[in-house]
Design a protein around this ligand. Structure first.
Ligand code: FE
Ligand code: FE
Ligand code: ZN
Length: 292
């Protein structure tokens, strides 16, 4: 079975049960959510009753909760310790977030490695390693480092940087990688020749660390270091290349998550998932989405 889903909403009233229902409405077989707003760290208490209900619904719908992903808020930055209080806050927040994951029964959390903001690549990587060594091990949750586009001083746009972080992390059982097709394209990797790219990733990082992949087309050319997602088949990567990745033999067990943009105010995910299942590009997709 194809393990595909998208980013879905999460609110304090319906929590993961609401996220799951949204995903089911898209015909998804997995999903990804933030435990609150992606851009801030205010989080509400987890309701045990809702967790139970969500877990029960997942079983009924045959959704494997080990393939469901939580995304850490993107304002967390483990690379920069210039403001030590902020750095410590990021560490403490992530420890709490790991506990929330565990309470929800989710064991995978995607994290942007961070931006060094002038400290330099090697100092930034050192800070990330130190932070992760404080964070990992208290829970069963695995942190998946996302491959980044390389905007500003972002760390993790080069597989070698990801490798350095993993090498420094002591708890190798709880560290992994989440690829992002838009980010890899924007970082300068040739996503259109995915077999070669996957071989290279295996050589540098190790395929065993790959546990999630974000499927996004890109608005920009390869190497643009921009990070602007586009709907499937409407960008510079293109439909056929993304389909090849989604159905790749070696990625069968890995959850594929869409983070493509809304079309006006409409979610594209139901139509995109349908198009992916049909394996046929529909150039009218955006109009169909807008028509509801
Ligand atoms: Fe991300
Ligand atoms: Fe992503
Ligand atoms: Zn992105």
């Amino acid at each position: 079975m194809l393990i595909i889903g998208s980013h879905v909403k999460y609110n304090k009233d319906s929590q993961m049960l609401g996220s799951l229902e949204e995903a089911l409405g898209y015909g998804a077989t997995t999903f990804m959510f933030y435990t609150g707003a992606p851009q801030n760290t205010s989080r509400s208490e987890i309701n045990e009753k809702l967790v139970e209900e969500a877990q029960k619904r997942m079983k009924e719908e045959k959704i494997d909760c080990s393939k469901v992903i939580i995304h850490a808020p993107y304002i967390i930055n483990l690379a920069n310790n210039k403001d030590f209080d902020k750095y410590q806050f990021s560490i403490d927040f992530l420890k709490e977030e790991m506990k929330r994951c565990e309470q929800l029964g989710i064991d995978k959390m995607v994290l942007h490695p961070g931006s060094h903001v002038g400290l330099g690549m090697s100092k930034g990587i050192e800070n990330i390693i130190d932070a992760l060594n404080q964070i990992l091990g208290e829970t069963k949750v695995t942190i998946l480092l996302e491959t980044m586009a390389g905007k500003g001083s972002e760390i993790g746009s080069d597989f070698k940087e990801i490798k350095k972080i993993i090498t420094g992390v002591k708890d190798k059982n709880h560290i992994g990688v989440c690829m992002d097709t838009c980010h890899m394209n924007d970082a300068g990797y040739d996503v259109n020749d995915f077999d070669t790219l996957l071989e290279y990733f295996d050589e540098i990082v190790g395929l065993e660390f790959l546990q999630c992949i974000h499927i996004n087309d890109s608005k920009n050319e390869k190497g643009a270091r921009k990070d602007r997602h586009e709907n499937i088949g409407f960008g510079t990567i293109g439909f056929d290349s993304l389909i090849k990745i989604i159905y790749h033999e070696k990625l069968k067990e890995i959850p594929k998550i869409l983070e493509t943009p809304y079309v006006d105010e409409y979610s594209p995910y139901k139509q995109e998932i349908e198009m992916i299942k049909n394996k046929k590009f529909n150039e009218d997709l955006k109009d169909i989405i807008k028509a509801g």
